[in-house]
Design a protein around this ligand. Structure first.
Ligand SMILES: *[C@@H]1O[C@H](CO)[C@@H](O)[C@H](O)[C@H]1NC(C)=O
Ligand SMILES: *[C@@H]1O[C@H](CO)[C@@H](O)[C@H](O)[C@H]1NC(C)=O
Ligand SMILES: *[C@@H]1O[C@H](CO)[C@@H](O)[C@H](O)[C@H]1NC(C)=O
Length: 614
């Protein structure tokens, strides 16, 4: 496989940027990078979307998340492949370190891995990674991205890198957390809380005395995507190996720490884990499920002589798995993680991920849900039929993590893309069987109209228990990022299997995006934001009678609404459209350019150019 990639690289330097899809990549790339299109902050941080009045996974378009940073790395890796210049790739990784991996992690020197974090009424195991990570990297701190950032510090907490509640005048991206409750009921809270804002105890919803503290959470599919992108850079950038080797070693380090996502939330035994007390915490790796789970969280107290805690996550979702990240860490010598047992762990993870795809694949071909080691997130006793269909003693989770009952199709395309890339890299027949079945399904669900525009699944619903699950498409649509990720999946598969029909569908999807959805800022649709009636939703306040104040003076109490604690939305250039909808007008229509979708389209165009030299 390597000789093939080297050959591609040679083509790339000479001709790829002048192929049709190489040209399209560059056009899309230049739109994304054009400062007047507002994808990046003045620091160079990618926003969630160019537009600000966007409430979906983040509650403001100019917030950002670790996903956007991982897409930025992938986009710049592809730019290196097409143009032969890998310095933007290096800079994209620097942004991760500068703005998303928190440097404020007090009291990690007092962390006791034999007690990663006590919890009332819970048997908790030990953290088997800390000592070997410390030995390998000489640090007590975690090298993982916090998932959410308020890039323009619009909330005004001023949790800029290294600082704690420095306030509205602090310049730069500010770490924040989403509050509890659903998006439209929630309100953001600071990651580091020294009680300067909020209520008496800052944003800690407790009565009596409380401790000034900090807490971070990761969305580990983003770390995995960044590692996957670094792996591709290592292949595409072989002639620039010395230029990127430092970044590749950082990707390896990220892979080392990403193993925290392999562990049960409380380091309890994986498999038949029933009872908060009865299911034992364990000292060794029998607390690992080896899957890329829904999260990693860590935090501690702020004062001297304080404490620090860490947690894995018990819920593992199909959409987060990444065979290419595992493959890269195992097989690319410039990306080998240094800690003592990392190779062993990633070897197990690779196998376990493939097994999980097999377990979760529905009769039609799509993947269904995931598994959990903690029934109801509370180590309860699941119904017998779930026990009968278990996976390494874990149970099928109908609504894994915090996903909807009516899940988003995009996760299918995201994850299948990595399966297809892994098949492309290895030719593994077992994985070929999985991806072929998925591709047959998805192709049967995509239609093109007479003009060549596309329609494909937007949301899906699964039923049954493995191995008898089935899937129904509950809505069709024209999601930009789903289309590009699906096109890329088909491209990698077609290139390896030499399948002209599958390749033709990939091309038609890319052409549909190009011919029917191009705007002056990229590729997008005008969307009807039905959910924007929720601006007047009452907030969910986790503690009765709690009241607090935001840095700008907005008051949070039981009368507050989504909008009243975000009064700055009223200054948004697009606010009048929402206001007229709230006043009874027609639903808000806006064109949304999400950074991840723009990057995904560009990467799909670039991959098509590289794979087929077209
Ligand atoms: C990167 O590789 C290209 C050839 O692909 C070469 O022209 C360029 O000089 C290299 N850049 C560096 C900094 O080594
Ligand atoms: C899908 O699975 C459910 C639950 O097992 C079952 O009731 C239903 O008949 C299945 N539908 C199809 C089309 O197989
Ligand atoms: C909340 O405030 C109301 C009115 O002051 C009071 O009656 C009630 O007991 C309070 N509830 C709690 C849980 O403190």
């Amino acid at each position: 496989m390597k000789p093939l990639l080297v050959a591609l690289l040679v083509i790339s330097v000479a001709t790829i940027h002048s192929t049709e899809y190489g040209q399209r990549f560059l056009e899309q790339y230049q739109k994304i990078l054009n400062p007047s299109n507002k994808y990046f902050s003045k620091e160079g941080v990618p926003y969630h979307s160019a537009e600000t009045l966007v409430v979906e996974s983040t509650d403001y378009g100019h917030e950002t998340d670790s996903e956007a940073f991982s897409y930025n790395v992938y986009l710049k890796a592809m730019y290196g492949a097409i143009q032969g210049d890998f310095s933007p790739f290096n800079s994209a990784w620097d942004m991760i370190e500068k703005y998303m991996i928190p440097t404020l992690q007090p009291n990690t020197d007092r962390y006791n891995p034999a007690n990663p974090g006590s919890s009332p009424g819970m048997a908790v195991g030990q953290d088997p990674l800390f000592n070997e990570l410390k030995a390998a990297y000489g640090t007590n701190d975690i090298y993982i991205m916090h998932w959410l950032s308020d890039v323009d510090n619009i909330y005004g907490f001023g949790n800029v890198q290294g600082g704690c509640e420095l306030g509205p005048d602090a310049d730069g991206p500010s770490f924040v957390n989403l509050g509890s409750g659903s998006l439209w009921q929630g309100f953001n809270t600071p990651t580091c809380d020294n009680f300067r804002y909020g209520g008496e105890n800052g944003f800690q919803f407790t009565t009596g005395t409380a401790t000034k503290s900090y807490g971070y959470g990761a969305g580990p599919d983003a770390e995995a995507r960044a590692i996957q992108a670094a792996f591709w850079a290592s292949q595409w950038g072989q002639l620039n190996a010395s230029l990127i080797s430092n970044t590749l070693s950082k990707a390896a380090k990220l892979g080392d720490f990403l193993r925290y996502s392999f562990f049960d939330q409380h380091f309890k035994q994986v498999g038949n884990c029933i009872g908060k007390e009865a299911c034992p915490g364990v000292a060794d790796k029998s607390s690992a499920h080896y899957l890329i789970s829904w999260g990693i969280s860590w935090g501690g107290s702020l004062g001297e002589y304080g404490y620090h805690w860490r947690m894995g996550n018990s819920v593992c979702y199909y959409g987060y798995q990444n065979l290419v990240a595992a493959y890269g860490l195992l097989h690319e010598s410039s990306m080998k993680p240094k800690a003592a047992t990392a190779i062993d762990d990633w070897t197990k993870s690779l196998e376990r991920q493939i097994e999980m795809y097999e377990y979760l694949q529905t009769k039609e071909g799509a993947f269904a849900a995931g598994v959990t080691n903690s029934w109801n997130k509370n180590y309860e006793d699941p119904p017998q039929e779930y026990k009968d269909s278990s996976f390494h003693g874990m149970w099928f989770d109908y609504k894994p993590g915090y996903a909807d009952e009516n899940p988003w199709f995009g996760f299918q395309a995201w994850t299948a893309d990595r399966v297809a890339q892994y098949y492309y890299l290895t030719g593994d027949q077992r994985v070929k069987t999985i991806i072929q079945k998925w591709i047959n399904w998805v192709i049967s669900e995509i239609t093109f109209d007479a003009n060549g525009d596309f329609r494909m699944p937007a949301s899906i619903k699964w039923q049954g228990l493995p191995p008898q699950t089935n899937i129904t498409v509950t809505a069709y649509g024209q999601s930009i990022g789903s289309a590009s990720a699906t096109a890329r999946t088909l491209s990698y598969y077609a290139a390896k299997a030499n399948d002209a029909e599958v390749k033709a569908v990939a091309k038609k999807l890319l052409d549909a995006l190009w011919n029917h959805h191009r705007t002056d800022r990229g590729i997008a649709n005008t969307e009807t934001m039905w959910s924007y009636t929720n601006f007047n939703n009452k907030l969910y306040i986790p503690l009765a009678n709690w009241t607090g104040t935001y840095p700008n003076g907005d008051v949070i109490n039981s009368d507050s609404t989504f909008l009243s604690v975000r009064s700055w939305f009223k200054q948004d250039p697009d606010w009048s459209i929402v206001q007229s909808y709230l006043d009874g007008g027609s639903p808000t229509k806006i064109t949304i350019h999400r950074f991840w979708e723009q990057a995904d389209v560009a990467i799909a165009l670039g991959a098509y150019a590289l794979l087929f030299n077209e």
